[in-house]
Design a protein around this ligand. Sequence first.
Ligand code: FE2
Length: 310
Amino acid sequence: MLTRIPKTAIEKGMFVEAVECSEALFGKRRFVLKSDADLRAIRQCPADFVVINTAAGSARAAGSPMAAGSRAGADPHAAGSMDRARAAVIMSDSVRALRQGLTGIATGGELDMKLLAPIIAEMADADPATTSLFFEVSRLKSKDETTFQHSLAVSVLMGKLGDALGLDRDTVELLVLSGMLHDVGKLSISNGILQKQGKLTVAERATIQSHPRRGHQILQKHADLPPEALEICLHHHEYLDGSGYPARLSGAEIGPLVRIATVCDVFEALTSARPYKRGWKTADALAWMFDRDQQFDRKLVLRLGACIDG
Ligand SMILES: [Fe+2]
């Protein structure tokens, strides 16, 4: 399991996955901490935290797992019953508003920001209990609400990650809005394809992979939307190694806000239930993404793990 510990708690014998400081100092080294020189280097570097892998090395120090052990359903201390009741109300109101807002624009209607504004503020201000509940619901969602609940969960995650990265309030709200809109293109694809169980045909896969372009076309009709929201909608399935779609962008061609969207979108997709799969545990999803730094921005995966934990 990946565990994030203060650098002062590191000991020889631990397997170091990442030191949370500039890559120039430790590069992408993953190593068993054996030497005094490495121990000293980590303790003297600007990082505050180190990510260790307890499956590959010792774990004597008490660290906090990168996973959301604080998720509402798993930890009775994570959310009081009042918090959870309030979060449930916010969730259901938000899904309803999002359904109205997205269905309207997907069928050529106007984008009514009055519908979305209150939930953008709710998502940007969401406390840990609300955020946790969104994950729980997202794991249990019914088929016909998949896109709305996924969009809402991605939206709250993007806001949290933006916040953890120290972005200003306007940018956090922009991320929240972009999360809500990023999959709007799926609303123009039949449920028969979206929810198909079993292998997709080549044509069906191409149809599903057309959803970023479809969404972008829908959002282009709304001149008042910030261009970053359109960029996120179009490129949220691009990977750093150029293996994504629709434009096979790579590396620096993928902007920082799009990277935030990609990490949150994939994490939410892995951890939530689908008609054909159970949701992964948070720790497993983070570890899987962490190991694929050719595709995902590793610093963002680490930050995401840390802000879900916290
Ligand atoms: Fe998508």
